[in-house]
Design a binder for this molecule. Structure first.
Ligand code: FUB
Ligand code: ZN
Length: 674
């Protein structure tokens, strides 16, 4: 069955919680990031984005005028920083610095779709103009190589991110086109895509992105322009990946030859970190850099859906199993190890050393949404929700002013400050990062949230996320306006009301695993819905005034991990609705590891005000060990004294909004008293 997303323009998020998040992005994140891109934030690491664009524009203008341009060679490696006073014409920042501004434009574009705003558009136009001016005559657009030496372009696809920057450019360009109707950025993306297409393709050079995203971006470019060559280009990049002779090995040896070094005798196997160790249709496990892996998976799912490539689709499903069945934190975070920001081996899910990059959770949301577009299955939507409500949201402070890059499930600030193994962990959210991939990624996803709530087919609409909104659906060719009211998990009822129009068809409601005893009524009378792949589908002739009500219980749930996961095998965590809860020092004092709580503890479910934001919370009867005076080792049968305590839990996403302190998702259980 063919399903598609509901365009952002057709959905208006009204949910107070989520609307606040989207508005925060508009009011706080977007203006702040613009200042950051322009290096005007005192005390923050410079972005160099506008600096690089302007310098590249001068280079392009000089070349066009037939003048000379002296490139400023970059130091080896992926980061260029000024040794002394910055040079006007030098490239600075990470090799992928261009992408930060592209993501920012994409976020602005979604916000403009939600609410046009001349001033905001004019601001973004400045960025668009800067990008267009930096494009070379043949369509090439990457300030790193324009400034450091164009002759080296495309010589290090593995590390130097040109195709990654292209991908973000294309994503921004499509969103900007949809928001404003302007084709300036779209033309720039098309020209760069064609420049790439003249170099890499069947019968031309072989090559593929070292950091994926171009694949899904090309698909977007294809869908926006209708130009099939972009879909073919995406397929080409996927087909080349992991085949022999390895294109990464070839380019590596070319670079070595230039340095007078002997060639390496290597095969594709060497490039597992880049997901290029085997042809994509043979992928069995999620490996290597987590964001790359999941962007690749997203591109594969897109191409498989559009071309009907069964082998590609089967590989997507294997990837899905590997990620969600063996390598995903309960918070929907992925990429457990900081070594290479990567996926670790199955069931290796440590809490305190977790990397769990915000971008990786976002990438999982992208992958899940694409799986959902290809196959309506509640499992995909459930994981999408898990990553979104927990790790993605944890990436941004409640006031929108600071961000987490790394999202561990246990933090003890004292340890972080002294333990080198935790060097990647931050105890408080940061205002900006030298490598600022996460904040603009959060901004673009939250601004585009409306597109994640529904998918539609010819005769059915499916609700995947219970986010209050108004939407324009279309069933069997007839328009239907609906209003979705939800306040999960506090209100154990979700309603969908038809506000305008009439149409015949099905509306499917995801049956979330956090809800129990689910039943439905239509206009007050109970109905039996057909269950299809985790959705309850109600088919009827709908008309204005019809109201479906989904009734359910949303109890506090105690969760345990598969015992193969060594780190937290004996522990439990609590979840309420889609939210994973955590204990914080602000509520429970220090040494959270001393708390003992039963999975069946008496609990009071409440709403808590964290920094002015009402969030679901729980208070549980628990114990706290009192080890004062206890020796380092003792006979195990000698118990440690304990006292009664009330354990207070707040959502994981809301942690660390009340200053530095301990936090723990997984807690030690006490044996149940029967
Ligand atoms: O390499 C570009 C981005 O920077 C990646 O997606 C992130 O993981 C960070 O390394
Ligand atoms: Zn990131």
């Amino acid at each position: 069955m063919k399903t598609s997303l509901l365009p952002l323009r057709q959905v208006r998020v009204t949910d107070p919680f989520w609307q606040r998040e989207t508005q925060l992005v508009r009011d706080a994140v977007i203006p702040y990031q613009w200042e950051a891109l322009n290096d005007r934030v005192a005390g923050a690491a410079p972005s160099w984005w506008m600096h690089n664009m302007r310098a590249a524009a001068r280079a392009v203008a000089a070349k066009k005028a037939g003048g000379t341009w002296k490139p400023v060679p970059a130091p080896k490696g992926m980061l260029s920083e000024p040794a002394a006073a910055p040079e006007e014409n030098a490239f600075y920042g990470w090799v992928f610095q261009d992408s930060d501004g592209y993501k920012w434009i994409e976020a602005v574009a979604y916000q403009l779709i939600l609410r046009p705003d001349e001033q905001l558009q004019a601001l973004a136009q400045q960025a668009v103009d800067a990008i267009c001016a930096a494009q070379e005559e043949d369509g090439y657009l990457d300030t790193y190589y324009t400034l450091t030496g164009r002759e080296k372009a495309f010589s290090n696809l593995r590390d130097n991110h040109e195709l990654y920057c292209f991908g973000h450019l294309a994503e921004a360009a499509v969103a900007w086109h949809q928001a404003t109707g302007r084709d300036d950025l779209l033309n720039a993306a098309v020209r760069f895509a064609d420049c790439i297409g003249r170099k890499f393709g069947p019968g031309l050079e072989r090559g593929c992105p070292g950091h994926e995203i171009a694949e899904m971006a090309l698909v977007r470019l294809y869908l926006e322009t209708g130009e099939e060559r972009f879909l073919r280009q995406a397929e080409f990049f996927l087909d080349v990946r992991g085949t022999e002779p390895s294109t990464f090995a070839l380019e590596e040896n070319r670079r070595r030859a230039e340095e007078g070094l002997p060639p390496l005798e290597v095969t594709a196997k060497r490039y597992r970190y880049h997901q290029a160790d085997r042809p994509v249709r043979e992928i069995k496990e999620a490996v290597g850099h987590a964001v790359r892996q999941l962007y690749l998976a997203s591109g594969m799912a897109d191409v498989a859906r559009l071309t009907g490539d069964e082998a590609m689709w089967a590989a997507c499903r294997r990837l899905w199993r590997s990620v969600t069945g063996e390598k995903m934190y309960v918070t929907g975070g992925v990429g457990g190890t900081h070594v290479g920001e990567a996926f670790s081996y199955p069931y290796d899910l440590p809490s305190d050393t977790a990397y769990s990059e915000t971008c990786a959770a976002i990438a999982l949301v992208f992958f899940a949404r694409r799986m959902l577009e290809a196959e309506t299955n509640a499992e995909y939507a459930g994981v999408m929700e898990q990553a979104l409500y927990n790790t993605v949201l944890a990436g941004i402070a409640l006031d929108g002013k600071s961000f987490f890059y790394v999202n561990p499930l246990e933090v003890n600030p004292e340890a972080v400050h002294v333990d080198e193994r935790l060097r990647h962990v931050k105890t408080v959210r940061q205002k900006w990062f030298g490598c600022a991939c996460c904040p603009p990624n959060v901004a673009r996803l939250l601004s585009d949230l409306g597109q994640y709530i529904f998918t539609v087919s010819e005769s059915n609409a499916y609700v995947h996320l219970y986010i209050g909104c108004e939407a324009q659906l279309c069933l069997n060719g007839s328009a239907l306006k609906v209003k979705l009211d939800a306040e999960v998990p506090r209100r154990e009822e979700i309603t969908l009301t038809v506000t305008e129009g009439s149409a015949e068809g099905g509306i499917g409601f995801r049956l979330p695993d956090w809800a129990e005893n689910i039943s439905f009524t239509v206009n007050g009378a109970s109905v039996r819905a057909e269950e299809e792949n985790g959705y309850a589908v109600i088919r009827r002739a709908w008309q204005a005034g019809d109201t479906v009500c989904m009734h359910f219980d949303a109890p506090l749930r105690a969760l345990a991990v598969n015992p193969l996961s060594r780190e937290t095998a004996e522990q439990i965590c609590f979840a309420w609705g889609p939210y994973i809860l955590c204990a914080e020092e602000a509520d429970n004092g220090k040494n959270l590891q001393l708390i003992r709580v039963s999975p069946k503890a008496k609990a009071r479910l409440t709403e808590e005000n964290v920094c002015g934001v009402p969030v679901p919370a729980a208070s549980l009867e628990a114990f706290r060990l009192c080890p004062e005076g206890t020796p380092l080792y003792r006979r195990a049968e000698e118990s440690v004294p304990c006292e009664n305590t009330t354990l207070k839990l707040v959502p994981y996403f809301a942690w660390n909004n009340r200053g530095e302190g301990e936090m723990r998702v997984w807690l030690h259980p006490i044996p149940e008293v029967k």
